[in-house]
Write a protein that binds this ligand. Structure first.
Ligand code: PDD
Length: 286
């Protein structure tokens, strides 16, 4: 079945969707995006993703092409038209098409480009990887300095993912000044006793929407949280580790640079947080 995708107000078969070669997203990576998961046909933590999209657009002065209600209606329409039970919605907003290439931004009244599409992922929440956990390797963080803005400049994360796979791992944790920033497309955590350690919010990492929910639920479950950087050595000596993202939810990490974490199996706290998170998110899904 051909997907129906959204392009600037229209719902089109994916083969008919067109974007200009001059689009700022294409020539300058001048755009932002969001990934929202769908479980049982409902959007997970839509308000969180909506708020971060607005923050990313404001930070780059791209402007707001649609209202919050427009996005919600459009996402629901895409879910319905593509009969998505479990899956993802990808949304991208760029500074639009100036009609030529120029480093200077186009005039403020240039319409933004808004595209969105669905990815069907049957059984997304029952991912078998959650039973075995991910293997992680560390790599230098060579991204730009505003990682809190969710831009489409994903070449370095993509290179890091490939380098991790080449080493037989599932993902990379990026390291700057000796401390882990985050994963290629997820936030990183270690657990020691009853304490969860994850890097504090700043320009150095993406402010994960899953991170915010998981930390809130962890506090409610009487776990201690320390928001600070940690070294790869501290991670290899931890009892457990995990990552969070809209597509992986809470995913246990079982080794780092070839060294087993804890007993080399997914940890109890990660498993519990995954369960609590999914329960809570299903209840509040829109
Ligand atoms: N990535 N850090 C980075 C660098 C990310 O790209 C992501 C999300 C996260 C987790 O954020 P959230 O919990 O809001 O999904 C952290 C998405 C899933 C992606 O690029 O596909």
């Amino acid at each position: 079945m051909s997907r129906t995708v959204y392009v600037n107000g229209e719902y089109l078969p994916e083969g008919e969707a067109k974007i200009s070669i001059f689009d700022r997203g294409f020539v300058m990576a001048d755009g932002v995006y969001e990934v929202v998961s769908v479980l049982d046909g409902k959007l997970i933590d839509f308000p969180g993703h909506q708020a971060r999209l607005n923050r990313s657009l404001d930070a780059l002065e791209i402007g707001q092409p649609l209202s919050d209600e427009d996005y919600l209606a459009m996402f629901r329409e895409l879910v319905t038209r593509n009969q998505i039970g479990d899956g993802l919605i990808y949304l991208q907003v760029t500074r639009g098409n100036p009609g030529d290439r120029d480093f200077a931004y186009p005039p403020k009244d240039t319409p933004q480009t808004v595209v969105a599409f669905t990815q069907a992922k049957p059984g997304l929440a029952e991912n078998p990887a959650a039973q075995t956990g991910w293997k992680i390797v560390t790599l230098p963080d060579q991204r730009w300095g505003r990682r809190d803005i969710k831009t489409v400049q994903l070449l370095y994360p993509s290179m890091a993912k490939m380098a991790a796979k080449a080493q037989g791992a599932d993902d990379a944790w990026l390291v700057e000044d000796g401390k882990v920033t985050e994963g290629t497309s997820n936030n990183a955590y270690i657990v020691k006793g009853n304490t969860i350690v994850t890097r504090e919010l700043s320009h150095d990492i993406l402010h994960g929407i899953t991170r915010a929910a998981v930390l809130r639920l962890a506090r409610e479950a009487q776990l201690q949280i320390e928001e600070r950087g940690f070294t790869p050595e501290e991670a290899s000596a931890a009892d457990e580790a995990f990552v969070t993202s809209a597509s992986a939810f809470v995913m246990p990490v079982v080794s780092i640079d070839g060294a087993e974490i804890g007993d080399g199996k997914p940890g109890k706290i990660a498993a519990r947080l995954r369960e609590i998170y999914l329960d809570e998110m299903r209840k509040t899904a829109l």
